[in-house]
Design a protein around this ligand. Structure first.
Ligand code: ARG
Length: 458
């Protein structure tokens, strides 16, 4: 039977259950592209220090290209003894080119190899994730631009608060996502660090040019300490933290839309494309897309918490526990990528019921404006807050709206009220008064849209 790559010092066989427990190929094979890429760069660096001749290098890199092609075509034959993507590729290379294949790993360890692969893989994925995130921001901005005329109550504590533009709400979510975009860009330099050439832990005795390797692979910098280079997985933790926060934003937006899509609110209807029905209740149209977005956030957070738990207490450099970095990272990447696309689709296809939103605008959401009216006539806000509150209580006791009270009623609360009070009971006027930066006036909503468009164009 064939020997394991590391089998020299062993006389006994691996327990079959242990082999299955140990092997990561079933999930780390998705790194086959970057694993081959890293090996090709490493072969070149070995030529530069005289370990390989140019002809040997070409044989190795040609062989690696064939192995890569087999993965791509789906013809790569996995062998029972293959442990992970690194051993599988090396085993196959040697089958293709003979014992020369055994020179490739000179001075290299799977420890610097796997760390290199993980970083390269994440850098590639991060590009797609960035596009997905931008797609979501874009659809929020475009909707906001088109639907500026729609007004609804803004809520605090899920209680009606003040009138806002629907666009303002959409953009509030877009700003959360735009900070995610900024944070994603900011963490890239810490992912883009090359561990290749760190060896097992102490460094590379054949003095391969690590800066050459980093450049070949497109890394921004080189890990300055080989023990750190092979043992560090902070870039994964950081990405998982980033994903958890961004999924939290998705989840909060989803929750708004779940609430707004109930019959009780009736503000929005999800398109059929993003809803599902009930197996028993024929009338049901459930917002499963939104609920899954909300649910996946817990799962991604779990990946982060779980992996931090794996890391805590590990001694320096490589320990096999680190193989447990893959599934949480892969799962987070898969779920956040899908979530951005689903969220984008949901927002793009949402039916918005402007009249229902409008109908929810009861006059009490102008109580702040009523207090502000008196402020403009010179009364301290603390007093006007109280007077407006009494007007609300009076209307409530008469089961009428604030604008149904007579001028005499108002004068009974404060002699400062005059017949221009009717101007307060105007939702458009209310939102238009919020005209300083960040407000819900048309001009300030337009400003938000241009700020976000500029960010998207960067
Ligand atoms: N499959 C391993 C992992 O993902 C590769 C590194 C193995 N290194 C070692 N010294 N056993 O972590």
């Amino acid at each position: 039977t064939k020997q394991k790559l590391w089998g020299g010092r062993f006389t006994g066989k691996t327990d079959p259950l242990m082999h299955a427990f140990n092997q990561s190929l079933k999930y780390d094979q998705r790194m086959h592209v970057v694993d081959i890429k890293g090996s090709i760069a490493y072969a070149k660096s070995l030529t530069l220090v005289g370990i390989l001749t140019k002809e040997e290098e070409i044989k190795i890199t040609d062989g690696l290209a064939v192995v890569g092609k087999e993965w791509q075509d789906g013809t790569f034959q996995i062998q029972a003894d293959d442990e992970d993507i690194h051993t599988a590729n090396e085993r196959r290379l040697s089958e293709l080119i003979g014992p020369l294949g055994g020179k490739l790993h000179t001075g290299r360890s799977r420890n610097d190899q796997v760390a290199t692969d993980m970083r390269l893989w994440l850098l590639e994925e991060a590009k797609d994730i960035e596009q997905g995130l931008k797609g979501l921001i874009r659809v929020l901005v475009e909707r906001a631009d088109k639907e500026k005329d729609i007004l609804l109550p803004g809520y605090t504590h899920l209680q009606r608060g003040q009138p806002i533009r629907w666009s303002h709400l959409l953009l509030s979510h877009a700003f959360s996502f735009s900070s995610d975009l900024q944070r994603l860009k900011q963490l890239i330099p810490r992912v883009s660090v090359s561990p290749l050439g760190c060896g097992a832990l102490a460094g590379n005795p054949f003095v391969v040019d690590r800066e050459f390797l980093a450049k070949e692979l497109g890394f921004q910098s080189v890990a300055e300490n080989s023990m750190w280079g092979v043992g560090d997985r902070d870039f994964i933790v950081e990405f998982l933290m980033w994903s958890s926060l961004s999924m939290t934003h998705i989840s909060r937006m989803a929750e708004d839309l779940v609430i707004y899509s109930t019959a009780e609110f009736g503000f929005v209807t999800l398109s059929d494309a993003y809803s599902t029905g009930s197996s028993i209740m024929p009338q049901k149209k459930n917002p499963d897309s939104l609920e899954l977005l909300r649910g996946k956030s817990g799962r991604v957070f779990g990946n982060m918490a779980g992996f931090l738990m794996t890391l805590k207490g590990l001694p320096s450099t490589y320990n096999k526990d680190l193989q447990e970095d893959k599934e949480p990272l892969f799962d987070a990447v898969d779920n956040i990528s899908a979530s951005f696309k689903i969220a984008e689709g949901v927002v793009a296809t949402l039916d918005v019921h402007a009249e229902k939103m409008r109908a929810a605008l009861t006059m009490d959401v102008l109580a702040t404006d009523l207090a502000d009216y008196l402020v403009r006539k010179g009364i301290p806000f603390r007093e006007t807050h109280h007077i407006s509150g009494r007007a609300v209580a009076l209307a409530e006791s008469r089961k009428c709206q604030l604008n149904d009270l007579t001028l005499e009623d108002y004068k009974g609360l404060s002699t400062t009220f005059a017949d221009d009070i009717h101007k307060v009971f105007d939702f458009e006027a209310s939102v238009e008064r919020r005209e300083s930066i960040g407000g819900t006036s048309r001009k300030m909503v337009d400003r938000q849209i241009s700020v976000l468009r500029a960010i998207l164009a960067e």
